[in-house]
Design a protein around this ligand. Structure first.
Ligand code: PLP
Length: 406
């Protein structure tokens, strides 16, 4: 009989660098196909925010599947409305569109930029984005992605993407012209190695876009939906700063932890720009399904009921504090620690292509990012004991790395 590996080689398009074969999961742990356990701080790239096999999610899947899984947007369903209401209350006055992935949610933001440019800015269509950004793998979102390696091989790209350095307000100002319709950035750049926007950058972008009648679009697919210990990454970044409470983008996208593993995405657009989307201007077959939105509803409920926001914050402080200590202890292998809450990057002094397996070998799953950063993306349910264990396993891996270097 062919092994899992062989079947992938034969029948699944070879577009990803996979390592272990994961057989099952429970809470913060997963097991591979030969029964070895791992502490899962990769969570399928910031997705499984309630960990694995969460009883409330399992119950939601079972009961909603028996009642109604799908009905399409030809009809209303009673689940999506209350969930959209909760999201709007969390973000600000506006409306939600439910999609099926992060890329699709960002497609919605880019389409919004085109509608705004056409209707309010004499046909402007350009979207300014940041180098090192990641917005998805569809044609519009890979075009918007400020990384050559993601775009390469797919030209001609969509017209209208302009890339400027991240966290550089002067560069955005200089790039604005009559064709500009919007600025699109991540609150925290995830794929390129956990680089948070600075408060000055976010505030400056808000002022600049207002001044020039541009949309400010925020990609919160990875850093949003409570991952930083606040609902939006921008709220955590601007916490305690002047005007931080009222700062909002014009539209933002969500996915990943929004569905906890159910493939779903969404974007929010404020009331001022929501009417740009008219009936028939945007749609999806699956988006906003009773099952998908029931899952979001349960995640929102569990986060509130179990005070997980508070947990994300405390565990994040412990994790970051512990990693800082390891950075001081192993300066030859650790270059930097960055992040907030459940989105933390450990930048190494060498490529994680070499070091990644050492961490899995130590029993800890992390997600690589950029050239030499490992991402800690723990579930919001992680305990203090989990964080202690992650730090101990990290130290073990760092010792191996240091020895390999010596
Ligand atoms: C993962 C990610 C996306 C793409 O999401 P998919 O669900 O994989 O399409 C877009 N933006 C950011 C910031 C991401 O991290």
């Amino acid at each position: 009989m062919a092994t899992t590996h062989e079947l992938y080689d034969r029948y699944i398009l070879n577009t990803a660098k996979r390592s272990l074969s994961i057989a099952r999961g429970e809470g913060t742990r997963v097991w591979d196909d030969i029964g070895r356990p791992y502490l899962d701080f990769a969570t399928g790239i910031a997705v499984s925010c309630l960990g694995h096999g969460h009883p409330d999610l399992a119950e939601t899947y079972a009961s909603q599947a028996k009642k109604l899984i799908h009905c399409s947007n030809l009809y209303y369903n009673e689940v999506a409305g209350p969930v959209a209401e909760k999201l709007v209350r969390r973000i600000g006055a506006g409306k939600i569109f439910f999609a099926n992935s992060g890329a699709e949610a960002n497609e919605g933001l880019i389409k919004l930029a085109r509608l705004h440019g056409r209707q309010n800015r004499q046909g402007a269509f350009e979207v300014i984005t940041a180098t090192g950004s990641f917005h998805g793998r569809t044609m519009a979102t890979l075009t918007a992605t400020g990384q050559e390696k993601i775009r390469s091989g797919f030209d001609p790209l969509l017209p209208g993407a302009v890339y400027v350095p991240f966290n550089d307000l002067a560069a955005v100002r200089a790039a604005i012209g009559p064709k500009t319709a919007a600025v699109l950035v991540e609150g925290i750049q995830g794929e390129s190695g956990i680089h948070p926007a600075t408060p000055e950058y976010l505030r400056g972008l808000r002022e600049l876009t207002q001044e020039h009648n541009l949309l400010l679009l925020l990609d919160e697919v990875q850093g949003g939906f409570f991952r930083t210990g606040k609902f939006g990454s921008y709220e955590r970044i601007l916490e305690g700063t002047d005007g931080g409470e009222t700062w909002r983008p014009d539209a933002l996208s969500m996915a990943k932890s929004l569905g906890g593993g159910f493939p779903i995405g969404a974007f929010w657009v404020n009331d001022r720009y929501a009417p740009l989307f008219a009936v028939g201007s945007h749609n999806t077959t699956y988006g906003g399904s009773p099952l998908g939105t029931a899952v979001i509803g349960t995640i929102l409920h569990v986060i509130e009921r179990d005070h997980l926001l508070d947990n994300v914050r405390k565990r994040g402080d412990e994790l970051i504090g512990g990693l800082q200590i390891l950075r001081e202890k192993y300066p030859a292998v650790v270059a930097a620690v960055r992040g907030h809450g459940a989105i933390v990057g450990l930048e190494l002094t060498s490529e994680p292509g070499v070091s990644g397996p050492h961490f899995a070998g130590a029993g800890l799953l992390l997600a690589p990012a950029g050239n030499r950063t490992l991402r800690y993306l723990p579930p919001y349910t992680a305990t203090q004991a989990d964080v202690d264990e992650a730090l101990a396993l990290t130290e073990k891996a760092l010792q191996t790395l240091q020895q390999a270097k010596a």
